[in-house]
Design a protein around this ligand. Sequence first.
Ligand SMILES: *[C@@H]1O[C@H](CO)[C@@H](O)[C@H](O)[C@H]1NC(C)=O
Length: 329
Amino acid sequence: MVRWIPASLPLHRRLETTAVLFYLMIVPMCMLFAFYSIIIPIFWGFTIPYLLWTFFYDTAWERGGRRNNWIRNHRTWRYFRDYFPISLVTSTKLDPAKNYIFGYHPHGIISMGAFCNFATNATGVDEKYPGITIHPLTLTSNFKIPFLRDVLMSFGISSVARNGCDNVLESGPGQSVMIVIGGAEESLDAHPGHNELLLKKRKGFVKLAFAHGASLVPIYSFGENDIFDQVDNPKGSWIRKCQTKVMKLTGIAPALFNGRGIFNYDFGLLPHRRKIVSVVGEPIDVPKVASPSDELIDHYQQLYMDSLSNLFHKYKDEYASESDDLKIH
Ligand SMILES: *[C@@H]1O[C@H](CO)[C@@H](O)[C@H](O)[C@H]1NC(C)=O
């Protein structure tokens, strides 16, 4: 049986669903615009100079993007926030003279909490951290898609490639990055009520911190794994083996997920309305070291994992749904 939405839904619920739908349509819309602007000759007067500019001239995608506060403050993102709802819990003040590397966990299916809390100002991140400019980072391949690159940059999103990280962290006091450390691979473990992270083999973010003397800040996002259901794929199962193989070949983690539709609650690509609470932990200061030893890197990685684990346990009774314990791989 499919549960259909009632005919009489309050307007604010319809607007919230529309905001989430709009967000999910950004990538397909940009691809469609790119396709038409390339195949239809009357647009070439615009398309050709635009593409030349994006390929040969514009480097903002690896320099922190082009943050636009009108877009980041748009009311669409407040409807987006209220759909779940999404909130941001911060305990510590951060020093605007420093640079920070925020680590976001878990990835979930598509990191919707990370987008809402850090790419937009819908939960008031700008007020919570005055003087700190947080650039969420994403894969360089996203900046190869015409139009999408400019949309991403308008949120202050930038490339996660090493020189992109370096450029942002060197661009002045308070300039900071937010990285979803587990990456898309972690999405294969994004099951509701499940808290499984891919972290032990991730050392790049610690090396980055040493290179800039930037502080590491862990974030645990309760509920990020709850908004989509995913086909059972325990490690060792044939589904998981196929997924791992596809991921090795293409770099894309093929999570088999299901949410709800626009008019029903059981089937579709929209996320479920379930709450997401991102809790930000205490910063860990990392000294500036030109070539840190492996022991030093491991030591700070361990400090980070301990801090993340403490953060999880401190807040899990308050914010976790019926969830299991934190597992860090
Ligand atoms: C961010 O949002 C808050 C409200 O939550 C608002 O008071 C503030 O002006 C916004 N910040 C910026 C820089 O637009």
